[in-house]
Design a protein around this ligand. Structure first.
Ligand code: ATR
Length: 270
């Protein structure tokens, strides 16, 4: 069978093997999809040794893996990060399906209109890099990027190359930034303490709050968002299934039905 893997650390609880196996059953494709645990020091060697047809790259490797690709798609270059690798004669081709996955979950599954929103992006690592360009494409009005280390927020905004709409601010100045119609959490803040500690003044009355992670990892931010009065509160499970569908389509040339798989995972969670 065709072989695939997801590479990250930690990887034991990854849902990607389950998702790709379900997509493959739907479409009558025989494949093997495993999870490979690899730390930062082992990424290059792991990618060299893995002789499968494709791989998904997850935390904390999305930025490092971009640098190890023989070629990249345009959206991977805009993100400077990859989550989907496909074998070519020259080596790995890197793509990024995080942003398209997020936007499809929000606009198609949840029927939310992103156009015209003032957006706060918390974080500037690999996850934030993946979604920022596609949020701009989705027609948001303005994006303010705030990261604990300000240099990374500056670098993300310079790379976006849209100074009229996307700019960075300091984490310590969150209180003075006004209010937002959409707040995206792309950080792991609050995971250690269970408390997400940012001002309640940030959401506007019709605010959408999105955490790019799911399960336990998303709990602190989503609890903050509900307490702060956000109207729509969304975790990253839908994005996970949609980004996987884009990877699947790239590898197999057919699109899976994401709704059934999303419903199965959501039911398992409750
Ligand atoms: P990812 O690929 O998920 O973006 P990452 O590159 O390790 O992974 O980024 C994690 C994000 O969480 C970063 O934005 C990080 O901020 P720094 O760039 O300053 O490290 C952010 N983060 C982690 N712990 C945090 C905390 N306690 N408070 C605020 N931000 C935090």
């Amino acid at each position: 069978p065709l072989r695939f893997a997801v590479i990250g650390q930690p990887i034991a609880h990854s849902l990607s093997p389950t998702i790709h196996a379900a997509f493959a059953r739907q479409r009558g494709i025989v494949l093997e999809y495993t999870a490979i645990e690899a730390g930062p020091e082992a990424l290059a060697e792991t990618l060299e040794r893995f002789d499968g047809h494709g791989a998904n790259i997850t935390l904390p490797h999305k930025v490092a893996a971009f640098g190890l690709c023989a070629s990249t798609t345009e959206r991977a270059r805009r993100a400077r990060a990859v989550n989907t690798l496909t074998r070519t004669a020259e080596g790995w081709e890197g793509d990024n399906t995080d942003g398209s996955g997020l936007v499809r979950d929000l606009t198609e599954r949840r029927r939310l209109d992103l156009r015209g929103r003032r957006v706060l992006l918390l974080g500037a690592g690999g996850a934030a890099q993946g979604v920022a360009p596609l949020l701009l494409d989705a027609g948001i009005d303005e994006m303010v990027v705030v990261n604990r280390s300000p240099e990374r927020a500056d670098a993300l905004c310079s790379a976006l190359g849209d100074p009229a709409r996307a700019h960075s601010r300091y984490w310590d100045d969150l209180r003075g930034l006004g209010d937002f119609e959409m707040i995206v959490n792309a950080t792991s803040a609050g995971r250690a303490t269970g408390q997400f500690d940012i001002p309640f003044s940030l959401p506007s009355p019709r605010c959408l709050a999105v955490d790019l992670s799911y399960g336990e990892a998303a709990v602190p931010f989503l609890a903050w968002a509900r307490a702060a009065g956000c109207v729509d509160v969304v975790d990253g499970l839908g994005m996970l299934v949609e980004q996987a569908a884009d990877s699947f389509a790239r590898w197999h040339g057919v699109r899976p039905d994401t709704e059934a798989v999303y419903a199965m995972l959501r039911a398992r969670e409750d």
